[in-house]
Design a protein around this ligand. Sequence first.
Ligand SMILES: C[S@@+](CC[C@H](N)C(=O)[O-])C[C@H]1O[C@@H](n2cnc3c(N)ncnc32)[C@H](O)[C@@H]1O
Length: 252
Amino acid sequence: MDSLEQRLSECSPTYGMDPLEARSLIQLMRLMAHLPPPPDPFGLFPRYGLLRQSFLEAIEMGDWKGIEGSFLALYSHLHCYRPPYTVKERASVLASGGYLCHAGGLSPVLKAGPHLDTDSVSLDLGAGNGLQGLFLQFLYPHRRSIQVEISARLLEAGRLLGSWMGLPDAAMEWVCADLLEVVIPRAHFVYLYRPLRPEGPGLSFYKRLAHSLRNSPVGTVVFSVADCLSPHLPSSFKLFYDDGHLCCFRNE
Ligand SMILES: C[S@@+](CC[C@H](N)C(=O)[O-])C[C@H]1O[C@@H](n2cnc3c(N)ncnc32)[C@H](O)[C@@H]1O
């Protein structure tokens, strides 16, 4: 444990949080405190330096609420709230009515640990710049992390973030595609945050995804934020966690 990790551990509350999740959170904080500002060819992170400075100052002060708040601000900024869609991409996103690049938050990332091992393949359907998958790969190194996203520039930004974080290229697969058309890759851990409205063409995506999970191995896990998938999931998928934001299902 280095001195920063020790300092963060001492500041973090000793109650109310799962110890494994607390450990993962501290690993992410430590990563972000150590890394220099990210490569930014598309001008997506104009406030990164400022927000990182506030985060470092909060660590210096040793106040957990300040540390947590400033870290979340840094995460949200890096996630990229205003996606640099082309005109065509924006028209497709608006037509299928999903959420734009809203951040799924850290809780899915922190809760994923027990469901990923070195042989796992994870999949984010509508990945934005892939920050969720990059964090998963950093915290729980696994065979491959597949990111499917309609925005080519977000994916390119994500690829650069992967190198910035020191992740092996081979562990990350970047698929620029429209979810309405893509052949859904097989994965042990499927993550999505309402990429499409569950009506019209969007509804057919959720049905197709559910169908592709029909013959998945026992133990396959789905994390669905603002869940639209569960009405279509095969009955072998059982809900094991629901906090009103994130629903988690396992194929039993
Ligand atoms: C709510 S964000 C989720 C981002 C990330 N997965 C997370 O949880 O933080 C939904 C993402 O789906 C993408 N998206 C929307 N429509 C899409 C489509 N038709 N094909 C592929 N991606 C799409 C958006 O660009 C956006 O990045």
